[in-house]
Design a binder for this molecule. Structure first.
Ligand SMILES: NC(=O)c1ccc[n+]([C@@H]2O[C@H](COP(=O)([O-])OP(=O)(O)OC[C@H]3O[C@@H](n4cnc5c(N)ncnc54)[C@H](O)[C@@H]3O)[C@@H](O)[C@H]2O)c1
Ligand SMILES: O=C(O)[C@H](O)COP(=O)(O)O
Length: 618
């Protein structure tokens, strides 16, 4: 950050050229539910939505305004939706409930509808969006997970996806507790035996919960509610969540610990993290090996967080005494699934959200969001919501992308046992007068980048500040004035700093900060570039994926890494080396088009001069 001057001002409006504005981010908090804004907005990545952005508010989705001159919109409800939600929908739209359609039936029907409402059982694929021939403008997911919706295809088709992220939280937590208690007391096995005429009192002696240690893996909405309830049962609750604030866990009486600590100390392990690259098969042979013999596992999150074959092995060996599972890698699981049929496993068919109350809440939440979206409003629960007002988009587009990517990279650098992200500082270096640069969109994009890869929450302009606050992310912004010859560019660079946090890549920790992960980027020829990692200057285009290696500065390193990637057909898009002093440490930033497999990454790590490396998805 050359040629920059910094001054701290108390008010953004008092800022003058050459000054720095410092302000705490969430000045106004928008309630998450039922709040919407009317604005013409456009996705940073969707050409279809970009066209829509030039239309006035109310026509964002090409809808026009429904009323006397327009036919009512048509809504197809593909899975059971509570009557309360249908009532909301019917006031505004013609509603057809077609439960249990085959994929072919859905393809044949979808072009007659403006909106489609599903739960987790219907796959909204690219083919479905194509078959709608441009008519489908909203997909409503009556629940949290949108793994069954092709988001990219929806965005490309200018189709807004909305979900209902909060109404089933308590139901999922209660189901977790129900599974925990019934597993510990063999309720389902004893029930089946008795119904088969067997009175087996000594076979089904259970274990007590009081005084036992429960590890809650993922301390978000559901996990924290499980922890609260388990405390009430007299359990000792520990939790693992690299991104959760420690004070929130403390307030519930749970201790935040590292992954290894959690799984080695626990008598019961309850899974509540989203399915991501980092959590996929996070319970595997290696992690089962570290657990106490006789541990019990509960999963109401997503099947993919457990390596199911490894769980069968652990159950067979007695390492895992019992498991209670609501979710499976493949749903429904195969009829002859060893896991489902295992005598020490209790299963339910993805019932976490299935209470009368939760389904009513979800139905109302999704119906209101769908109606709002059909009216051209932007729901706080919009998943692929356009982020950037059209007038801002023209100028800020690459910076918007840069801000999100810096957030996305930064969160992936946080170590597993970091104790939560304590503060996020976004520094904008710009030659602009502070009043000429509204950073709200950029701040929202940094939030999006930090939150989305590690949670089931989707961030849009409406809910960004609220989401940050909910997750205990304290975001502050700073403006640094830059005397730049290219003054017409809105920004010189953006820096994202996660303060007092441990990193899984020590090279990303800045010299100056006491344990701050620091990344900085700028836009070059319209493309976002990463230009600083910790104390190192690099220059790599932020497209595809990224490998960062820290090594001893010496000749031949680029060739060695390049050869390994080349042998595995991984195309390098960009490569850059930055060092502090010659012959000391350097880091290599390598942009790659494909995701290298585990072996390839391990081979890079085996190069003697390489001290650490990390693979990051953009
Ligand atoms: N069975 C059901 O019917 C049902 C119902 C609701 C939710 N769910 C699932 O439960 C899960 C949690 O939902 P939520 O609403 O609480 O989501 P959430 O986003 O509020 O919480 C997820 C938490 O996991 C944490 N996390 C991310 N990566 C992690 C990692 N590597 N290790 C540990 N923690 C990590 C996040 O920081 C976050 O705090 C999701 O997978 C969701 O789809 C299932
Ligand atoms: O993602 C969710 O909300 C839960 O997994 C519940 O899914 P469901 O709506 O299909 O019950």
């Amino acid at each position: 950050m050359a040629a920059a001057s910094r001054t701290v001002l108390s008010s953004p409006h008092a800022a003058s050229p050459g000054a720095v504005m410092v302000r705490a981010a969430p000045s106004s908090v928008v309630p998450l539910s039922r709040s919407r804004v009317r604005s013409a907005v456009v996705s940073s990545s969707s050409p279809a939505a970009a066209v829509a952005a030039s239309e006035p508010a109310g026509q964002i989705l090409g809808a026009g305004s429904y009323g006397a001159l327009w036919p009512k919109p048509a809504v197809l409800v593909a899975e059971k939706l509570s009557e309360a939600g249908l009532t909301v929908l019917r006031q505004f739209a013609d509603v057809e409930c077609a439960y249990g359609m085959s994929p072919a039936e859905l393809l044949a029907k979808v072009a007659q509808f403006d909106a489609l409402i599903v739960r987790s059982g219907t796959k909204v694929t690219r083919e479905v969006l194509e078959a709608s021939r441009g008519r489908l403008r909203v997909v409503g997911r009556a629940g949290v997970g949108i793994d069954n919706v092709d988001l990219q295809a929806a965005t490309e088709h200018g189709c807004l996806v909305v979900n209902a992220p909060t109404a089933n939280t308590v139901a999922a937590a209660e189901h977790g507790i129900a599974l925990l208690a019934s597993m510990a007391r063999n309720v389902s096995q004893a029930d089946a035996a008795l119904k088969a005429g067997k009175w087996q009192r000594s076979k089904y002696v259970g274990v007590s919960l009081v005084g036992k240690t429960l590890a809650v893996m993922g301390f978000g909405k559901v996990g924290s509610e499980v922890a609260r309830r388990a405390k009430g049962l007299g359990m000792h609750v520990i939790a693992h969540d690299p991104y959760a604030p420690a004070d929130r866990a403390r307030a519930i009486g749970a201790e935040l610990v590292s992954f290894d600590d959690a799984i080695t100390r626990a008598d019961f392990i309850s899974l509540h993290m989203p399915l991501t690259q980092a959590t996929s098969k996070v319970l595997n042979d290696e992690s089962f090996g570290k657990m106490k013999t006789g541990v019990r596992i509960i999963n109401v999150a997503r099947g993919g967080v457990i390596d199911e074959d490894a769980l069968v092995r652990a159950l067979d060996s007695g390492k895992v005494a019992q498991a209670a599972l609501d979710v499976f890698t493949e749903e429904p699981p195969a009829k002859d699934s060893k896991l489902v049929l295992h005598e020490n496993v209790t299963v339910t068919p993805h019932l976490g959200a299935s209470t009368v109350e939760a389904q009513e809440g979800v139905a109302i939440e999704i119906a209101e969001a769908v109606v709002g979206a059909l009216r051209g409003e932007l729901a706080a629960t919009a998943v692929n919501a356009p982020m950037v007002p059209a007038e801002v988009m023209l100028e800020l587009a690459p910076y918007v992308s840069l801000a999100e990517k810096l957030g996305r990279l930064a969160v992936q650098l946080v170590a597993g046992d970091s104790g939560g992200i304590k503060g996020v500082k976004v520094v904008y270096t710009s030659a602009r007068d502070p009043d000429d640069l509204d950073t709200r969109v950029l701040r929202a994009m940094v939030t999006k980048g930090i939150v989305e890869p590690v949670s089931s929450t989707f961030v849009n302009l409406v809910n960004a500040d609220y989401t940050a606050k909910q997750r205990g992310l304290r975001i502050t912004e700073e403006r640094v004035s830059h005397e730049s010859p290219a003054a017409e560019a809105p920004l010189e660079c953006i820096q994202v700093r996660l303060s007092h946090v441990q990193s899984k890549f020590a090279g990303a920790i800045s010299d100056g900060g006491a344990g701050d992960i620091v990344l900085e980027g700028r836009v070059k020829y319209g493309v976002p570039h990463l230009t600083v990692v910790g104390p190192y200057e690099v220059d790599v285009s932020l497209e595809g994926n990224l490998i960062l290696c820290r090594q001893v500065d010496q000749p031949g390193m680029i060739g060695k890494v390049g050869k390994i990637l080349g042998q595995r057909n991984v195309n390098i898009s960009f490569m850059s080396v930055g060092r502090t002093f010659r012959g000391k440490q350097a880091i290599m930033a390598i942009g790659v088009d494909e995701k290298p497999d585990k072996d390839t990454l391990e081979n890079i790590g085996k190069i003697p001069a390489i001290e650490e490396f990390v693979f990051l998805e953009l």
